[in-house]
Ligand binder design. Sequence first.
Ligand code: ZN
Length: 316
Amino acid sequence: MNLALTLLASAGTLGWMWPRFFARIRHRLQPHTALALWPVTQSLFVLLVVAAAIALALPARTAEHLASLLGSCWELLAHGSPQASETIAGASAGLLVGAVLVRIFYLARRERVRQKTLRDKYVGALHLAGTQKPEHPGVWWLETDTPVAFCVAGKNPTVGASTGLFNHLTADEVGAVLAHERAHARFRHHTLILWAESVGRTLPCVPLFAHSPSMVRELAEQAADAEAALDHGHLVVASALRTMSAIPAPAPAPSQILEMVSGTVTTRLERLCAEAYRHPRRRHSVQVGTLLGCAMAVPLVGGCVAALAMYAFSCT
Ligand SMILES: [Zn+2]
């Protein structure tokens, strides 16, 4: 029982404390790093809950045997209450986790089918009304003066833009805008957002999942900006974003389309001009290693504190 409680305490630390910690440090992180952390920490949360369910359901002797293999400290975490009730609790927790996972996959699947239907409609219209230019391969151009650029979700995401970009932006800014949209396609941001929305709707009571849809969508925009800044410079991307955001789009884009002007433009402009965009690739790899270590350490520290508290309580 103690091992299961320790694992649940670790999951709770991750589920409730990690988003607060992340909110404090996010402005110091590379957008790619911050974006990668959400699915990683969510997977870790699920693994901890699954491990807790297994620890409850396992026969006491098996757990004790496993604990003995890991050293004497694990003895503190061995079972201490009647096995039947633990097995029932473990099986119930396992069923609950299974139901949650099934719902996440069901919502993701349903949204994927809905997106495919709409995507086929949008891409069909784009191919019908748009044209391609040899100097911008893979981009479908629409004849309109409003400067817009977007990426439509799909197995092979489609990038579209309006010819109005040429009237309002410099050639380098147009290149930066297209690089931003290509980054959405290359890094599969639509898929990340789809999963974030599915887990957010399934577990709205856990902050780690509830904040996920808005956070992942915002970070995907910042990550695409950072990628465009690698080739065109952060000032060029910021200039293009500032110009396009000053001209209102004809209508808001549906969820399966990521536009150039979406998310919190002010925050994106601040990030583009921040120090964090210097040497982004080197910083990204360092930060990924450091933060993955932190993500692993948070539940471990929480679990150790819970284990020590339970041991002290059992000794009194
Ligand atoms: Zn975008």
